[in-house]
Design a protein around this ligand. Structure first.
Ligand code: IPE
Ligand code: IPE
Ligand code: MG
Length: 244
């Protein structure tokens, strides 16, 4: 177990970095290995990235680990991914705790195995007082489902007479999303060269800076993280306004 000290870096990282961790399968194929080996190496990349974010002083890290569409994959791959998740939650909890990481899972939990649900609750409980890095793992997550659930919740509030439709604002919707309390991502990184959101943080990404990099997720390292932060600093964020 390593306890991490903050590092002085040239560039201030964005407060919230979100990552679409893609390319495990291609990494495995490129190394003549079964897909599961790519996912295993992907879990190591998660460990490196969390450490890097803690050291660099990132406040929020959101990782897309399993989409609501990933159930379409063959059963053995889904079960390999779930086993890796179990392993990750069991093995990393102590290190996450001691490094001030608060872990939070978004996505629909009902379809997950009971023991995984328990591990998630335990990890969230154990780390709830930490506030150095807020790490959110999107698991069985889909942006459209999240928005649909928010709409359903708001409709119930209206039907029950607790909410006037005229009072529905952007904040009402934000407060009904799984990410309530988490600021929008400043930067979304996607590895593996794909350039799409794949149903990730649809509402929250309205003004995110997108950084698409060719590196396959299992190869993602500290240099990639720092290069993405440098790229972020080259962007000019206008939010519809004008600079100068
Ligand atoms: C990302 O790698 C992991 C998940 C989506 C769970 P992939 O498994 O999608 O890898 P590629 O895209 O097939 O290379
Ligand atoms: C997106 O990757 C989901 C995760 C990284 C967890 P996919 O590999 O599933 O996305 P598509 O199918 O290429 O859009
Ligand atoms: Mg993929």
């Amino acid at each position: 177990m390593t306890t991490l000290a903050p590092q002085t870096v040239a560039l201030q990282p964005p407060a919230h970095i979100a990552i679409i961790m893609d390319g495990n399968g291609r990494w495995a194929a490129g190394h003549g290995l079964p897909r599961v080996a790519g996912h295993q190496r992907g879990a190591e990349a998660v460990r490196r990235t969390v450490r890097g974010c803690v050291e660099l002083g990132v406040e929020y890290l959101t990782l897309y680990a399993f989409s609501s569409e990933n159930w379409k994959r063959p059963a053995n791959e889904v079960s390999d991914l779930m086993s890796l998740l179990r392993l990750y939650l069991r093995r990393e909890l102590r290190e996450l705790s001691s490094n001030g990481v608060r872990l939070h899972v978004i996505g629909e939990r009902d379809r997950l195995d009971d023991d995984i649900k328990k591990l998630i609750v335990e990890a969230e409980e154990t780390t709830r007082h930490n506030d150095r890095l807020h790490m959110t793992v999107a698991l069985n997550y889909g942006g459209r489902r999240e928005i649909t659930a928010a709409v359903r919740h708001i409709a119930h509030e209206v039907a029950a007479g607790r909410l006037d439709p005229e009072q529905i604002s952007e904040e009402t919707i934000e407060d009904s999303l799984a990410t309530v309390g988490i600021p929008d991502p400043d930067m979304i990184i996607r590895t593996s060269g794909e350039r799409r959101l794949s149903n990730f943080l649809l509402w929250q990404s309205a003004y995110a800076e997108f950084v698409f990099i060719p590196t396959l997720w299992p190869d993602f390292g500290r240099e990639d993280l720092e290069a993405a932060i440098e790229e972020f600093h080259r962007r000019e964020r206008r939010y519809g306004g004008r600079v100068g």
